[in-house]
Design a protein around this ligand. Structure first.
Ligand code: FEO
Ligand code: CA
Ligand code: CA
Length: 628
């Protein structure tokens, strides 16, 4: 049996919350075959037009010359590879102190809770750059920790003390740090007044419909309006008014009960909360995480958190109006009519894609707090004919008692209105040059195999056309009339990842995938200012079988018009490439390298016998040119 330590979060959910197996092999194969005809219909058009409506000019299959780099081959080396003419420097690593009175990272002990609280967090994920009064501020999520790395100096890689557990806790959250370029090399500015760690212990306020609801009240907060901390922050977003959005993803894996036989209620089960945590041990040092003592505490996680990076004394705000689920990122755009639209994925097999539209409009002098507190939350329904619609989540449509309840039990609300089950929606990115939006559907081994945790059918459907989907795809949609608040949209698939050297069917991928650019499990996604789409992967790096020839995780660039995709970067061993931003002058690209050596086979970035450390790299052109 696979060691529990290397199970993914949702695989672990299945271990502790087994779901009924519904696998009928014959039926699955038959469906896979029948979908192939459909795929042929979509993809044979070549220009990636939708079945039901053209999303891009047909015939737009000309050779692209929009890439400023030559594609690179795959790699299985323990290093970062970038194209000729580019260089990549490590800028900041897990454990680097943000203040000069804090110690440097200690490879022998991997630090203490006290040192970690004053240092860059672990497992860098979503990130953005803010320019504030000539200061360049990097804000970055520190998603989680790997036991084998964090506690690898202890027997069995287990916490040896409460301080070890607290060290792990302090490695989570968000890091805000000023950065600067000196002699062409970026580094952090120690002791900057902007430097800040937001951790699972930072005071937060609860805003929006769920604030004050009974489900949000705990012994420590009988008002249901304040809570402590954020953790498992995956992707991110930025608002037009200069705040950062940290998105809480696998929040469930931190709760446990002293009595392992404690039964959690069905609403918590839908989110994977159980009597066992994922090895973090937080309930041992903080009762908040013991779900038998504080059954409402998990209702206060799973939100998008708004942080003002320019004010280190500001209180982060949990935005319940944007719904509670395993948030990947939050792509914010201002609609033509001034309303603020946020697109968001729920990264779990068979869960949904969401949209929030603010009630008010963004304009000079408005109360921006209210914009993300009041609005309409909707969930996507994709039709097989290339059309789709946003289904509003209201008490009337869901049968639920209040908007507050919908904001807390958002997955249940999505199920109630018949949303389309998706292949794990990861990052969403809006094209700056056209009213169209893209979303990575990373993979889903359960597609066509068993229902989601709410019992919703997960048979193959339009944007999720392959059973046991181990490669993933990127779906895109164009709102009707170019109006991001419209009820309807047209959609198609930008790319179906696959392996054309192993398969000849739908698992070979779409026609813009070939032996030279193939990849699996698209996850991070962001447009640059030129309108190129950057794709980051968090997939199988075994480089064999279905994944033969795909190497380590990587970053590619895609042309949204021609469909062409080129590989730009390959990461070190056993990493995921996630998080992307640019310097204000667009001459440096910052890329996150998460969990190098998660299975024990990397010493990146320092080499030798060093502990592998998640880090952000700064990529520049040797000629000093623009990089996006
Ligand atoms: Fe943290 Fe869905 O990736
Ligand atoms: Ca991700
Ligand atoms: Ca992922």
């Amino acid at each position: 049996m696979k060691d529990e330590r290397i199970l993914s979060f949702d695989e672990f959910d299945e271990v502790v919350n087994p779901r009924p197996e519904e696998c009928e092999f014959d039926r699955v194969v038959e469906r896979a075959l029948s979908r192939r005809g459909f795929l042929g219909g979509v993809l044979a058009m070549g220009s990636f037009t939708a079945v039901g409506g053209s999303l891009v000019p047909s015939g737009a299959h000309a050779v692209s010359n929009r890439f400023a780099f030559e594609a690179i081959p795959v790699s299985t080396a323990d290093e970062v590879i970038v194209p000729a003419g580019y260089k990549a420097d490590v800028m900041v690593r897990w454990g680097d102190p943000l203040w000069s009175d804090a110690p440097e990272f200690d490879h022998a002990t991997r630090g203490t809770a006290a040192s970690q609280e004053r240092a860059f967090g672990d497992n860098t994920d979503g990130q953005d750059i803010f320019l504030h009064d000539d200061h360049v501020l990097l804000v970055v999520n520190n998603e989680y920790t790997n036991r084998d790395i964090l506690w690898g100096n202890n027997p069995d890689a287990k916490p040896a003390s409460d301080d070890d557990i607290a060290k792990g806790m302090m490695a989570h959250g968000v890091t805000i740090v000023e950065i600067a370029s000196t002699d062409g090399k970026w580094g952090i500015v120690k002791d900057s007044p902007y430097n800040r760690r937001v951790t699972p212990q930072t005071e937060m306020s609860i805003t929006g419909p769920a604030a004050g609801h009974d489900f949000m009240k705990t012994a420590a907060d009988p008002s249901g309006t304040t809570c402590k901390g954020t953790w498992n922050n995956c992707g991110n977003g930025v608002t037009p008014w200069g705040t950062y959005l940290a998105c809480e993803e696998n929040f469930n894996g931190y709760f446990s009960a002293e009595d392992e036989n404690h039964e959690v209620n069905a609403d918590l089960k839908r989110y994977g909360v159980s009597s066992k945590d994922w090895g973090y041990g937080w309930a041992k040092i903080d009762d908040r995480f013991d779900v038998s003592k504080n059954p409402n505490e998990p209702n206060r996680a799973g939100f998008v958190v708004e942080i003002d990076p320019t004010d280190p004394t500001s209180t982060p705000r949990k935005l319940t109006a944007l719904g509670r689920f395993k948030h990947e990122n939050a792509e914010v755009i201002v609609n033509n009519d001034g309303r603020v639209v946020v697109y968001m994925g729920d990264d779990e097999r068979g869960e949904f894609l969401y949209r929030f539209v603010s009630e008010g409009v963004y304009a000079a002098g408005v109360d921006t707090n209210a914009l993300l507190e009041q609005g309409t939350l909707s969930v996507a329904k994709f039709n097989d004919d290339g059309t789709g619609e946003w289904l509003d989540l209201t008490p009337e449509s869901t049968g639920m008692a209040s908007q507050a309840e919908i904001s807390i039990h958002t997955r249940q609300a999505g199920s109630a209105v018949g949303a389309t089950t998706m292949d794990r929606p990861e990052w969403v990115a809006a094209n700056p040059n056209a009213p169209e939006v893209y979303c990575c559907l990373t993979n889903n081994k359960n597609r066509g195999v068993k229902p989601n945790a709410g019992g919703d059918d997960t048979s193959a459907n339009g944007p999720n056309p392959r059973d046991k989907n181990n490669y993933g795809q990127i779906v895109r949609w164009r709102p009707d009339g170019g109006d991001h608040a419209a009820a309807g949209f047209g959609w198609d698939l930008y790319v179906l990842a696959g392996n054309p050297t192993v398969h000849q069917d739908a698992y070979a991928g779409s026609e813009n995938v070939n032996a030279d650019n193939m990849f699996n499990s698209p996850d991070g996604l962001k447009f640059d200012s030129n309108g190129l789409l950057w794709i980051q992967t968090d997939g199988n790096y075994g480089n064999e079988g279905d994944f033969a020839g795909q190497g380590n995780n990587q970053m590619l660039a895609g042309d949204p018009v021609t469909g062409e995709i080129r590989r730009f970067l390959v990461g070190p061993n056993e990493c995921e490439v996630t998080g992307l931003s640019w310097s204000p002058d667009r001459r440096t690209m910052f890329v996150g390298i998460q969990h190098p050596g998660e299975d024990g086979n990397s010493h990146w970035p320092e080499g030798g016998d060093s502990v592998p450390r998640s880090a952000i790299i700064a990529i520049t052109r040797e000629d000093g040119g623009l990089v996006g």
